[in-house]
Design a protein around this ligand. Structure first.
Ligand code: SF4
Length: 66
């Protein structure tokens, strides 16, 4: 499974970074960066929490190949 972000929707409020800082990180210009786009057994729960918490619904989990 892969993590996708709609950067047109993202408003850089860092809620995802607060929940999963190993995956989501705002850079010095407040642009969201993904440290990885892989959903792993280790990060899946936090990535799902971040997706659910995103007020812009900008985070998606998609099956590989989609
Ligand atoms: S929670 Fe959503 S809107 Fe906020 S920085 Fe993350 S992706 Fe962007």
């Amino acid at each position: 499974m892969k993590i996708k972000v709609d950067f047109d929707l993202c408003e850089s409020n860092a809620m995802c970074e607060a929940l999963a800082p190993d995956v989501f990180e705002l850079d010095d210009d407040d642009f969201l960066q993904l440290n990885t786009d892989d959903v792993t057994a280790e990060n899946e729960q936090r990535v799902r929490q971040a997706a659910a918490a995103c007020p812009r619904a900008a985070i998606f989990l998609v099956e590989d190949g989609e």
